[in-house]
Design a protein around this ligand. Structure first.
Ligand code: GLC
Ligand code: MG
Length: 556
């Protein structure tokens, strides 16, 4: 059962405005060749599942040539496919098959940095200080008498200095290069026109191959403040970032010019291509990045970060809607991705628990509470106007996996910073309860071990079970399409007069109610008589909304 349209892409009108986009993390989605690593043919084979789920598009995390020091976000060749994932022909097949099924394909673009194995970085290392080769990246002389100190005090997002010193051709210690992330991810020099030219070519390469858009990685990076000034430090000598702000090397105005340069290219292609930005920036800065001349949309991470409760969640809806409205762009909603603790687990902790850096074995969530609240939050999200981004496996209610042996963890932040790291949300998906590797791989191989709990959460166990998380997603996605909830038509109201702890969002005749309190509540008369469209959990009866549960109701 699906409401997916089979019309060709050009017949849609700005499909991305209300699209549901499903993030595929290729390493962990489906493995076709049995090497334990997901791949593009694996994705292609499972596309009908995504069509049946009812999503409009997929976003593929990087599948480009890469040594995989940061799960592929360290790109060695932007216009080729890593042999682990297949070939360019496999990418073409995937895009063509997706289009046949009425699914759009958004690819990841990583413009802040490349891999240190990129041929241009290798050439920069081999070339002399001051050479045009070096100028493609950010090389500087060190400070101190012999250049033995980093050029400034910036620290990497993955901890430790953001600079690494190279050895020059004559064997002496030489210049330093900037890497905001891992040492294997040197930052491009966006002051150099050659870098601009190269990326315009990368955009065209994928647009020519039929990509419907780009998810832009670290979209608030790229342009660094002039002179690379030191960041201010606090008493402990750590970079001081006031609440709600970002480090000096992010969110510099110059980055907006890059989107103004790219927008006409993207818009020059038929069929409504788009850009969605991964910009972790203060909320008030968001409108600068989106609009008719900049990017089409940007992730709104405030909803993901909002603490469970009426005022916090309401604010996380109202504010981005108002901000996006002001620039005529739709907002986006997201609860999980490959960088944060899966929301089925996150909600099993007290609201102040962090959302990033993964989960350690010692941090034990309330699994049942997490599952209930996650399903309720999802129903809330899917009723909001704008586009919604889902992360693979959330439709199965997968938990974050804490029990991964340290030696198998791959996230560079685990090794550099000693935090648990993000591998726990990247464990290969369970498709079939009784198959090897739960159907992820024909040989039973899996690059990260899958926990036993994945058996009961496998897609084939949940399919057809009306109480399953998978069927809740399918029903909600179908209704979202039928009722046009992703569109702005009827606006969003927050009616008063509900019992305490209940967040109410009204979309015309459809009411979304979330009981954030810890006891069941009775609903007032008109709502008690309304038709139940979908519920996030058991125990919903006429006029009764259990704790940690959401419903969509329709009034006459
Ligand atoms: C983005 C990606 C993340 C990656 C980082 C560096 O935040 O989502 O996975 O580690 O960029 O590329
Ligand atoms: Mg494989």
């Amino acid at each position: 059962m699906t409401t997916q349209s089979t019309t060709t892409p050009t017949e849609h009108d700005q499909w991305w405005r209300d699209a549901v986009v499903y993030q595929v993390y290729p390493r962990s989605f489906a493995d076709s060749d049995g090497d334990g690593m997901g791949d593009l043919p694996g994705v292609t084979a499972r596309l009908p599942y995504l069509r049946d789920l009812g999503v409009d598009a997929i976003w593929l995390s990087p599948f480009y040539t890469s040594p995989q020091h940061d799960g592929g976000y360290d790109v060695a060749d932007y216009t080729d496919v890593d042999p682990r994932f297949g070939s360019l022909a496999d990418a073409d097949t995937l895009i063509a098959r997706a289009h046949e099924l009425g699914l759009r394909v958004v690819v990841d673009l990583v413009p802040n940095h490349s891999s240190s194995e990129h041929v241009l970085f290798q050439q920069a290392l081999a070339a002399a200080p001051g050479s045009p080769e070096r100028d493609l990246y950010v090389f500087r002389e060190g400070r101190g008498e012999h250049g033995e100190l980093p050029p400034n005090n910036w620290t990497s997002i993955f901890h430790g200095p953001a600079w690494t010193r190279v050895t020059e051709a004559d064997g002496t210690p030489g210049q330093w290069y900037l890497h905001i992330f891992d040492t294997s991810q040197p930052d491009w020099n966006w002051d150099n026109p050659a870098v601009h030219e190269m990326f315009r070519g990368v955009l065209r390469f994928w647009l020519d191959r039929g990509a419907d858009g780009f998810r832009v990685d670290v979209a608030h990076g790229m342009v660094k403040p002039e002179g690379l000034p030191d960041a201010t430090v606090n008493a402990e000598g750590l970079i001081d970032i006031p609440e709600g702000e970002v480090p000096v090397y992010f969110d510099n105005d110059g980055v907006l010019d890059i989107y103004r340069e790219w927008r006409p290219i993207v818009d020059s292609y038929a069929g409504d291509r788009m850009m969605v930005l991964e910009a972790w920036i203060p909320e008030h800065r968001l409108p600068l990045y989106i609009g008719p001349e900049e990017a089409h949309q940007s992730f709104n991470f405030g909803f993901l970060q909002a603490r469970w409760g009426v005022p916090t969640m309401r604010a996380a809806i109202e504010k981005p809607l108002a901000l996006a409205d002001a620039v005529g762009a739709p907002t986006t909603w997201v609860l999980s991705n490959h960088d944060v603790i899966r929301h089925a687990t996150r909600y099993g902790f007290p609201p102040e628990h962090r959302f990033g850096e993964g989960l350690s074995r010692e941090e034990v969530p309330d699994t049942e509470l997490g599952r209930r609240r996650a399903r309720a939050a999802t129903l809330l999200m899917l009723a909001l106007p704008g586009s919604a981004y889902l992360y693979q496996g959330e439709e199965l209610g997968l938990p974050e996996v804490a029990d991964i042996p340290d030696e198998l963890r791959e996230d560079p932040s685990h090794h550099r910073a000693g935090v648990p790291g993000r591998d726990g949300c990247r464990v290969p998906l369970p498709w079939e309860k009784d198959a090897p590797a739960y159907g992820f791989s024909p040989t039973g191989a899996s690059w990260l071990p899958q926990p036993a709990v994945f058996a009961e959460l496998a897609a084939d166990v949940q399919a057809g079970d009306p109480n399953s998380t998978l069927e809740m997603y399918r029903l909600a996605l179908r209704l979202r399409g039928e009722l046009g909830l992703g569109r702005h038509v009827e606006g969003v109201e927050f009616p008063d007069g509900l019992p305490e702890g209940v967040l109410a969002v009204r979309r015309g005749s459809v009411w979304v109610l979330v009981n954030t309190g810890d006891a069941a509540v009775e609903l007032p008369a008109p709502l008690a008589a309304a038709t139940l469209l979908v519920a996030s959990g058991p125990g919903v009866a006429r006029g009764v909304l259990p704790a940690d549960t959401a419903v969509w109701l329709r009034t006459a």
